[in-house]
Design a binder for this molecule. Structure first.
Ligand code: PEP
Length: 250
């Protein structure tokens, strides 16, 4: 099994004072891990997060970026504005952005391409809603999100991408996919990538699970063979809980 990549998604939480307290508490708790640790923080916390994590094993990510380099796009942030701060990762196509802010597979692709061109490593989120799962359309939805959302992504570019499989019904709901449900869905996701990029590339691709993952259920999920890590929302806001996820699989 690969080492795991564990990313915290703080969403719209933590001002600069709270961010400093959380990061300061987190640093010693995750310093021994062999896993990759990433915290994806609000734009306003990025400078502080980069400064505080310098020289530690914690990497910093943003939660979105635009696809243009500059221009009349009020409220948006260009990928190069992130890299110049020392940001390494960026979450793209989170289900909250898809449902509240009109993100589509097409805009996911544009943002991913631009992020890669700027040298960021995108964490691209995909996942089905409960209705889609219950109506037997999970595979169709995942396959569409991959084939459209990765349409122009080359095999070389894929090496710098992390995929997060996040069933929408499990995000922020306290309902976690069972270890088997998460593993099976990720096996399916990997098979779609294999059909596009070949088995070797698909096997190397890091595919995280996300959706109410926490200190209690992380060990089971992270021990499943298909699950290469986690994207953690709520539990990443508490240093001890996030550290327990990071340290759940040695
Ligand atoms: C997320 O924000 O990507 C997420 C998985 O949230 P939560 O862990 O709170 O379900």
């Amino acid at each position: 099994m690969k080492n795991k990549i564990i990313a915290g998604n703080w969403k719209m939480n933590n001002n600069r004072v709270q961010a400093e307290a959380l990061i300061t508490e987190l640093i010693p708790l995750v310093s021994e891990t062999k896993n990759t640790v990433i915290i994806c923080v609000p734009f306003t916390d990025l400078c502080k997060a980069v400064k505080l994590t310098k020289g530690t094993n914690i990497h910093v990510g943003a939660q979105n970026c635009h696809w243009k380099e500059s221009g009349a796009y009020t409220g948006e942030i260009a990928p190069s504005m992130l890299t110049e701060l020392g940001v390494e990762y960026v979450v793209i196509g989170h289900s909250e952005r898809r449902s509240y802010f009109g993100e589509t597979d097409e805009t996911v692709l544009l943002r991913t391409k631009a992020a890669l061109a700027a040298g960021l490593k995108p964490i691209v989120c995909i996942g089905e809603t409960l209705d889609e799962r219950n109506s037997g359309n999970m595979e169709k939805v995942l396959s569409r999100q991959i084939l459209d959302g990765f349409k122009d992504i080359t095999a070389d570019e894929l090496k710098n991408i992390i995929v997060a499989y996040e069933p929408v019904w499990a995000i922020g709901t306290g309902v976690t996919a069972t270890d088997e449900q998460a593993n099976d869905a990720i096996a399916y996701v990997r098979s779609v990538f294999a059909s596009k990029y070949g088995k070797t590339a698909a096997d190397k691709l890091y595919i995280q699970y996300g959706g109410s993952m926490n200190d209690k259920n992380a060990e089971g999920l992270l021990n499943m063979p298909q699950i290469d890590g986690g994207l953690i929302g709520g539990a990443s806001l508490v240093a001890a809980k996030f550290a327990a996820v990071v340290n759940a699989k040695k």
